[in-house]
Design a protein around this ligand. Sequence first.
Ligand SMILES: Nc1ncnc2c1ncn2[C@@H]1O[C@H](COP(=O)(O)OP(=O)(O)OP(=O)(O)O)[C@@H](O)[C@H]1O
Length: 306
Amino acid sequence: MTSIEVQALTKEFGSRRAVDDLTFTVRPGRVTGFLGPNGAGKSTTLRLVLGLDRPTSGTATVGGRAYPTLQEPLRHVGALLDAQAAHGSRTGRDHLRTLAASNRIPDRRVDELLEQTGLAPAARRRVKTYSLGMRQRLGIAAALLGDPAVVMLDEPSNGLDPEGIIWIRELLRRLAGEGRTVLVSSHLMNETASFADHLVVLGRGRLLADTPMREFIHARVQPSVRVRTTDPTALKAALAEHGHDAAEHEDGHWSVRHARVDDIGRLASAAGVPLLELAAEEGTLEQAYLDLTATETEFTAQPQEA
Ligand SMILES: Nc1ncnc2c1ncn2[C@@H]1O[C@H](COP(=O)(O)OP(=O)(O)OP(=O)(O)O)[C@@H](O)[C@H]1O
């Protein structure tokens, strides 16, 4: 089993600390969402893991080894960092073949990946004619060429159409289900919520959270019960009588905080309040993330140098 281990990792660019004493482990068999505002240090951390930058101090290893020491690295770690990186004058197929050859990966694997990523019809077109979404798919194909145990993707949904977004979600779930280590950075909270089991959250280069996604949400957002009725006065009275705190929304539904759906259902029924809708409302990742951003100083605006 191959984990990504980041240990006391620090990277300075001049006087700017992009990554600040980071320690975390990304484990196999689950999708880890990598979150944080612009400039938090996500891409720098991924680059350090891939040996594309040298740390100022600390280490980043994959399965206990530094990436540059891996032989035929595509067979161990697949990464998508920059979808624009492919050479525009090559065809998609040639781009993948070149990568495959340098890691002794057979050409048939290239054709498999072109099929899997939906690029087969465009395989013989030059990359410069590809849309952003197609380049993104090409980058994902490149990452998966060597059937790696570790997959790291920076904003993989970027530029994908709705069908592509569903495809990437299912792909990530499948890769984790196969026991691989999957680390995915994203700014899209709904997207991340749809595929991640675990979260690593950065703010100004520091670790703010390393926790299962459910715990991250539950620690910050109280679940509530959503209710709609034809008789708001009676509902309000019944809730107040039982000490429930309820808020009415513009569209006419009510949220009852810190409540269980069974209790509200029983209470409404006993009071003869007609219900049109009754549902448990789980907190969302977006709410939890915004709660964190509101409370952590690491999220406050970073002065940008000219
Ligand atoms: N090569 C570099 N030279 C100087 N500063 C850099 C360099 N690369 C990154 N930085 C700085 O390091 C900080 C972290 O940047 P990084 O790109 O890692 O953040 P990020 O979390 O990936 O952001 P985003 O969500 O916008 O992609 C930023 O302040 C950035 O300006």
